[in-house]
Design a protein around this ligand. Structure first.
Ligand code: FUC
Length: 777
């Protein structure tokens, strides 16, 4: 059996890299760390049978799941704009008329009637959004494999290359596969250690309406159209184009497949594009795009494509290194390690899981691509779970939790663009459904930026999704201090705030201003089996942040004085956080928590104030922090993948290292992590991966309470270790070394000049730093 790091064929050249990251502001550049001491790979002794065993690659836009079969290699393909449907307006003109009565019914406690009226009059048309869909499969058939031995399949996170090696009939075969963000192609190289031994037949299949045909003897082209969904007609065309090149041997084209016989090396380049240009423009030319991508890429040697791909990947990936300790277990195949993680003794698997989350964000969200959806960019189904879209009552926000703290700040760009699109579509929903200014998005959106309430009254009628997304954009500003970015997102903050200025209502008992109708996402209260209510705690918490951020942004940008005053006055009248009879942080306006039918619900929406927000902190608001802890205890540790991801970050914020670690053990368990390390809701949903990565960062470094706190939740399982390149709010990069459970040293580098307060345990230090300067603790 081949061990990691002992590949008999020489791995490709290791590149020396320049730190080329362009920082938007300040004089400091992002750090680059050296090559990892040990390989950071997922690896297996057998090909993938199930989709959740295959290995994901992607360049933000063009993605594949690589199965690594011996007789048949399957690349299941996705392009991130291939969704069903076309530009559409789901507004329901009946909604506005029903709104006053729905509000009245809610204040009267007639939730069943409110629910029925919402179902009848206030939901989007159609009531469901569009699904993200697969392109199809690229299939490579190798008919002559005999006496196969020494099989190994791996995904190298440091190079973003998937690789399959085995011997057949004494000849060693190697497949290397990557999706290049530089050249916008998936590149595949087939090699053998003896000449003339590559025999392969290549074809494509698809569940879409499409044709597959060969062109000019060395190209296979799939051409198709997307389909309708919920009555919205397909409006996209797409094309996948594969170019084959062989050294030695002969190539012969059939009607829809190409065979190579007796080659030394075969290279395949695959380009995919759709006619999507924006949520309202589908006039792109996929044929011209795939042709130009292939023409440019095929003019360069495979090694040049590979080198450029690896350099671009490492520019981002190598900003952070993490060493949590290692053991013999790290030599074992990844699927076996996941099974055993709960038995202890494999701290490196947590580091691998952390880096895999960063790898997934780099591979599914790059400037110019769509944001990472519920499955990142990886989906093989025409009707995937929850349409594989953007669920913005937790899941999409969680996808971006690790972006800032793990030094991948620029990968937020696709989400920024999505929000700016929603400002436009959500203005229509605000006007038609609420007669309000500004913009609103409910609990889901899709490629077409639909923003009206979908799926049903219980989950869909939650108007605070867009406001939560604004918080993610604000965090980007907090971490980078990028003022041009703040000016760009200000219209989103202002428009979202204006929507709530126009729609908040006064509740009768305390005269607080509250949202209505709304819900505490997806959690039913005790009345009438519905979630509909006025003023759930989460809404007030999100609006406290939204209004504060909008005021702060307007101050920095020196605009909108009167609006600032209005927002400050309104903010002061929002319902405060309340503590209920069980000592818990109240989830609703009334103390209903202990009567709710699902005490252990996966959502922990009211704990938004503790994480990702910092309205509740251990030292700043100890009473509320204790109540939040009580709520978390009542909810319990058992949850879906993303439910665990959230709980991990919450326990890290409560600085209970051992509890956080037991949550990580639940997450990194076969019940919640598939053999390919994808998160299991179940089914596969990528948010848990991102929540897990963010949570590990949150255990090692926190920066939300006006302090940079080192090792706030270090568990006993990681007594000695090191991390470098983590980011803290304010434009800071932090490296930490620890030994025997105690801080050994730390470095804090300021990308922007500032005064910072550092904390380790009870010790604090205040330090002035110039831009580019490093402080050593
Ligand atoms: C929310 C969650 C579900 C699932 C779905 C995509 O509705 O409550 O668990 O994650 O989003």
């Amino acid at each position: 059996m081949i061990q990691p790091g002992q590949l008999p064929l020489k791995p490709f050249t290791v590149l020396l890299l320049a730190a080329t990251a362009a920082l938007p502001v300040g004089t400091g550049a992002r750090s680059q760390v050296a090559a990892p001491a040990a390989p950071i790979s997922l690896w297996y002794r057998q090909p993938a049978k199930e989709w959740v065993e295959a290995l994901p690659i992607g360049n933000g836009r063009l993605a594949a799941m690589v199965f690594g079969g011996i007789e048949k290699e399957r690349l299941q393909l996705n392009e991130d704009t291939l969704w069903a449907g076309g530009p559409y307006d789901p507004s329901n003109p009946d909604a506005l008329q029903a709104l006053p009565l729905v509000r009245q019914l809610i204040f009267e406690g007639k939730y069943r009637e409110a629910h029925a009226l919402v179902a009848d009059r206030m939901l989007a048309k159609p009531m469901r959004q569009m699904p993200f869909q697969p392109v199809g499969d690229l299939l490579l058939s190798f008919s002559d494999a005999v006496d196969v031995d020494r099989y190994r399949r791996e995904l190298d996170l440091d190079t973003a290359v998937a690789r399959v090696t085995y011997t057949s009939d004494g000849v060693q075969f190697v497949r290397e596969i990557f999706s290049s963000p530089v050249d916008q192609v998936i590149a595949i190289r087939l090699r053998a250690d003896r000449p003339g031994r590559i025999n392969v037949t290549v074809g494509m299949t698809t569940p879409q309406s499409a044709t597959v045909a060969t062109e000019d003897g060395h190209t296979i082209v799939m051409r198709g159209v997307n389909g309708e969904s919920s009555g919205i007609k397909g409006a996209l065309t797409f094309e996948a184009r594969v170019r084959m090149m062989a050294q030695g041997g002969g190539m012969s084209a059939d009607k829809d497949s190409i065979a190579v016989r007796g080659a030394d090396t075969v290279t395949l380049l695959l380009a995919v594009a759709t006619s999507f240009r924006s949520f309202k423009d589908v006039s792109g030319d996929p044929r011209a795009q795939t042709k130009s991508h292939l023409a440019a890429a095929s003019a360069r040697p495979f090694d040049a494509l590979l080198d450029a791909h690896v350099a671009e990947h490492r520019r981002l990936f190598r900003r952070v290194s993490l060493d949590l300790g290692s053991s013999q277990a790290a030599m074992r195949p990844t699927d076996e390690r996941i099974k055993d993680f709960g038995h202890g003794g494999d701290p490196q698997l947590a580091a691998l899981y952390f880096q895999f989350g960063r790898y997934l964000l780099i591979s599914s969200s790059r400037p110019g691509s769509q944001p990472a959806n519920l499955q990142g960019d990886w989906n093989d189904q025409m009707k995937p779970p929850w349409e594989s879209k953007y669920t913005i009552n937790i899941n999409t926000e969680m996808n971006y939790w690790p972006a800032e703290s793990t030094n991948l700040s620029e990968l937020v760009e696709p989400l920024t663009q999505l929000v700016l699109d929603l400002v436009e579509t959500g203005a229509r929903t605000a006007k038609v459904h609420y007669g309000a200014r500004g913009w609103v998005a409910h609990h889901n959106t899709d490629l077409w930026r639909a923003s009206a309430p979908v799926d049903g009254p219980a989950s869909g009628l939650w108007p605070t999704g867009g406001a939560w997304l604004c918080q993610t954009l604000w965090e980007h500003f907090e971490y980078t201090q990028d003022r041009p970015y703040l000016a760009r997102i200000y219209p989103a903050l202002k428009g979202s705030s204006q929507f709530f200025l126009d729609t908040l209502v006064e509740e009768p008992s305390h005269r607080w201003l509250v949202t209505s109708p709304s819900a505490s996402p997806e959690n039913r209260h005790q009345f009438d089996n519905t979630t509909l209510t006025a003023g759930p705690a989460m809404d007030s918490e999100i609006l406290r942040d939204l209004f504060a951020n909008t005021i702060r942004a307007a101050e920095i940008l020196s605009v909108d004085g009167p609006l600032r005053a209005e927002l400050a006055a309104t903010r002061a009248r929002l319902a405060p956080s309340q503590i209920g009879k069980a000592g818990q942080l109240q989830e609703w306006l009334e103390d209903w928590d202990m009567q709710a039918p699902d005490l252990h619900h996966r959502h922990v929406s009211h704990l938004y104030a503790l994480f990702p927000s910092a309205q509740i902190t251990l030292r700043g608001t100890p009473t509320l922090a204790a109540a939040a802890r009580k709520s978390l205890e009542i909810r319990g540790d058992n949850a879906t993948g993303w439910g665990l991801g959230w709980r991990l970050n919450l326990w890290a914020r409560l600085q209970d290292a051992e509890h956080a670690y037991t949550i990580l053990e639940r997450l990194l368990h076969p019940d919640r992590t598939y053999p390919n390390m994808f998160d299991a809701h179940p089914p596969f949903q990528i948010d848990g991966n991102f929540g897990g990565t963010a949570g590990i960062a949150e255990m090692l470094l926190q920066s939300h309470a006006g302090e940079i706190e080192l090792l706030p939740a270090l568990p006993k399982a990681w007594p000695t270790g090191a991390v470098s390149g983590l980011c803290a709010r304010g434009g800071l990069e932090v490296g930490i070394n620890w030994k025997d459970g105690t801080l050994a040293s730390a470095t804090v580098r300021a990308l922007i000049g500032q005064t910072i307060r550092l904390r380790y345990g009870a010790a604090t230090r205040t330090v002035n730093l110039a831009a580019g300067q490093t402080y050593n603790w």
